[in-house]
Design a binder for this molecule. Structure first.
Ligand SMILES: *[C@@H]1O[C@H](CO)[C@@H](O)[C@H](O)[C@H]1NC(C)=O
Ligand SMILES: *[C@@H]1O[C@H](CO)[C@@H](O)[C@H](O)[C@H]1NC(C)=O
Length: 388
């Protein structure tokens, strides 16, 4: 009796397992079927006959329940109808597409997975602000973000990998969090702020985390930038700790300034950096067009961006009129070791001391390297032009 009972139990157990396995198999198969068409078959280079039959199979699998419209696109024509499209004016790599389907630029708008696409956004942000942050600056960034209205997309680059701790802030839900450990601001900017990806934004703020924003309001700042036609700008800096350039110091008596006087001998030309056409890299603000140019100048390996500030003037014309400092919306530079805290304990030094020294050395080397590359590029261009 016992054995019969047990084997009966075993049988029903087996059949349950069989049913379960079958269902699992069906689900698995379904997902493979759904995901496969997204694989670019042309890249796999299957024989064309096979591609055609696969194509047909997928088309049938994914055919919607409503009948197809009588106007056929080339997709429905089979291999015979595969288009002879070649539009040389299309973006590079997309020449075989009809221009009407090409979307060469994007945005960082967060969308819903359901409903009507045109109802996804309650407000369409026109500006972008990015901060490179570690959790230790949480309170400072919270204060800063609150100075940026709903018209801004907020983008945080986390250099310490700690993102979930930001969830306590309401605004964090609508922010975009990019987490890559121990990288510098310009490393992120080069990789995640491609001009085509941020093309929706009129102005792009690329800011450090250690800025005091008590006397700053982003909407008012934008108004001033527009009023004075600034393509590249920064807020005036306080306090004067002796390390600040004359150009970027806040002036109490005006809204905006575009030039300054430095110590004798510093400026060969009053229209050139550091007397004009110059902002620092800690809190720059770019117009869409200026960023498109500046992005191209960021070198992939020179991650600290040193020297870049002196070269930004090449992106706008005339630079001494379109680069400036906004005095009436100003910030405080608090100078906190940030990335430095990410080091390892070595030689009895505090972790940040060791890293700080190495970072300083690298900054200086990168500055020299950038100058050399720029000079080399100028000379190569001019030599070629001279010949041609
Ligand atoms: C097919 O498309 C053309 C042009 O887009 C349009 O004029 C025509 O009415 C369409 N025909 C049908 C049956 O939808
Ligand atoms: C956002 O932009 C719109 C349009 O420019 C403006 O009317 C509105 O005041 C802005 N929002 C804030 C909070 O400033």
């Amino acid at each position: 009796m016992g054995t019969v009972h047990r084997s009966g139990l075993k049988k029903s157990n087996d059949s349950a397992r069989l049913i379960f396995t079958t269902i699992l198999g069906v689900i698995f198969g379904f997902f493979i079927g759904v995901s496969l068409p997204m694989v670019s078959l042309s890249k796999i280079r299957l024989p064309s006959s096979l591609i055609t039959s696969l194509d047909v199979a997928f088309t049938q699998l994914r055919r919607p329940s409503t009948p197809p419209p009588s106007n056929k696109s080339l997709e429905d024509e089979g291999s015979e109808g595969v288009p002879k499209i070649y539009v040389p004016t299309n973006p590079r790599g997309a020449e075989t597409l009809p221009p009407g389907i090409i979307v060469p630029q994007s945005d960082l708008y967060i969308r819903r997975l359901w409903g009507e696409p045109n109802e996804d956004l309650k407000v369409t942000p026109k500006y972008l602000v990015s901060f490179t942050v570690g959790i230790n600056q949480k309170m400072n960034i919270d204060a800063a973000v609150k100075k940026f209205s709903e018209n801004f997309t907020i983008l945080l680059f986390h250099y310490d990998g700690r993102t979930s701790e930001w969830e306590e802030f309401e605004w964090s839900k609508r922010a975009i969090h990019v987490s890559v450990k121990r990288q510098a601001k310009w490393w992120y900017a080069k990789r995640f702020l491609h001009p085509d990806v941020v093309a929706a934004y009129e102005y792009i703020f690329i800011w450090d985390e250690d800025l005091g924003v008590e006397h700053f309001n982003a909407e008012k700042y934008i108004q001033l930038v527009k009023k004075y036609g600034l393509e590249i700008s920064q807020p005036g800096l306080e306090p004067n700790d002796g390390l600040t350039w004359e150009m970027t110091k806040r002036r109490g008596d005006r809204e905006v300034h575009k030039d300054t006087e430095e110590k004798p001998g510093w400026c060969s030309d009053p229209h050139l950096p550091p007397c004009a056409a110059f902002v620092e890299i800690m809190a720059p603000v770019f117009s869409r067009e200026a960023w498109r140019c500046a992005w191209h100048m960021i070198q992939n390996d020179l991650v600290h961006g040193w020297g870049l500030d002196f070269a930004l003037r090449r992106c706008v014309e005339p630079a001494h009129e379109k680069i400036g400092v906004v005095d009436s919306q100003w910030i405080v530079h608090q100078v906190i070791p940030s990335l430095g805290g990410q080091g390892n304990q070595e030689d009895g030094k505090a972790p940040w001391e060791g890293v700080r020294d190495m970072v300083r050395t690298r900054c200086k080397n990168e500055w020299a390297e950038f100058q050399a590359r720029l000079l080399g590029a100028d000379q190569a261009y001019l030599a070629k032009k001279g010949k041609g």
